[in-house]
Design a protein around this ligand. Structure first.
Ligand SMILES: Nc1ncnc2c1ncn2[C@@H]1O[C@H](COP(=O)(O)OP(=O)(O)OP(=O)(O)O)[C@@H](O)[C@H]1O
Ligand SMILES: [Mg+2]
Length: 256
């Protein structure tokens, strides 16, 4: 098991943001995380990353790091994190090369010394992502899709065990999305565990086999994707009538 959350809660400024979450993930599973705005998805992933701590008891273990019993700063180096909240915090004058290298230290900004080997590795990743030509530009001058690829490169440099995509398709054109889908499929073949947060169920690729539905900070339902993503369960989850259909192994949900 790579994640074991038992009765985990998190409260901030008097608001219960995560409330008694139980979630177990086995190695090699690929999870979709769904929930309306403000349901606690990003907060849950911040907790998995070790950026915040559970409040009110419960027990959290991620990749063998037991929260509360051992220093968990190192945990972040095993997790690739691709999210808008991270993207917004990147200094605009940093170059793609610096940003990708900073992923090795899970830092914002590059403060540590890097080796020639690190630089070659970062360049190899840039080649793979097709962004070598952006190597020395400034982050602030990149398009949204280009920024996204840099953030993905940053997530990959430390060979993470878990890769989290938090609404990673936002702002990408249809071909950039297709590139991202191909990359996710390749990462799945490379035996990475992938978590994918989205509001758009058509982004659920066939590699995803599990789903977690969060509602008001609580787990509404979880388990095998095809059991969770079905009409009756989703109507209960959204509290509203929805149409669900599947085409080419992809799911589509419409509010009725
Ligand atoms: N520091 C904070 N103080 C008070 N409330 C907070 C704080 N951080 C997050 N919240 C609240 O916690 C709730 C969950 O936020 P979170 O970002 O986890 O939601 P989300 O499911 O990722 O939503 P979205 O789909 O909009 O990204 C929101 O209502 C948010 O306003
Ligand atoms: Mg969010």
């Amino acid at each position: 098991m790579i994640i074991d959350l038992q009765n985990v809660s998190y409260r901030k400024n008097g608001k219960m943001i995560l409330d008694g979450v139980n979630w177990q993930v086995e190695d090699g599973e690929h999870w979709i995380i769904l929930g309306l705005n403000g349901s606690g998805k990003t907060t849950l992933l911040n907790l998995i990353n070790g950026y915040i701590f559970p409040v009110y008891g419960g027990s959290a273990n991620v990749l063998g790091y037991q929260f509360g019993n051992c220093p968990i700063a190192d945990l972040r180096k095993h997790i690739g994190w691709i999210s808008n909240s991270l993207a917004q915090n990147i200094p605009v004058n940093d170059t793609p090369l610096e940003i990708i290298l900073s992923g090795k230290f899970a830092s914002i900004g590059l403060w540590d010394k890097v080796s020639d080997e690190d630089v070659s590795k970062a360049e190899g990743i840039m080649e793979k992502l097709g962004i070598m030509k952006l190597r020395d530009r400034t982050y602030g001058s990149l398009s949204q899709g280009e920024k996204q690829k840099v953030i993905i490169g940053r997530a990959l440099i430390s060979d993470p065990d878990i890769i989290i995509f938090d609404e990673a398709c936002n702002g990408l054109d249809i071909f950039a999305k297709k590139d991202l889908y191909n990359l996710i499929e390749k990462l799945a073949q490379d035996k990475k565990s992938i978590f994918f947060v989205t509001h758009n169920t058509d982004e659920i690729l066939p590699i995803f086999n599990k789903a977690l539905l969060l509602k008001n900070g609580q787990v509404h339902s979880k388990g095998d994707l095809k059991t969770v993503i079905q009409q009756e369960n989703l109507q209960d989850f959204y509290g509203s009538d929805v149409d669900v259909f599947e085409r080419n192994n992809r799911f589509f949900i419409f509010a009725k």
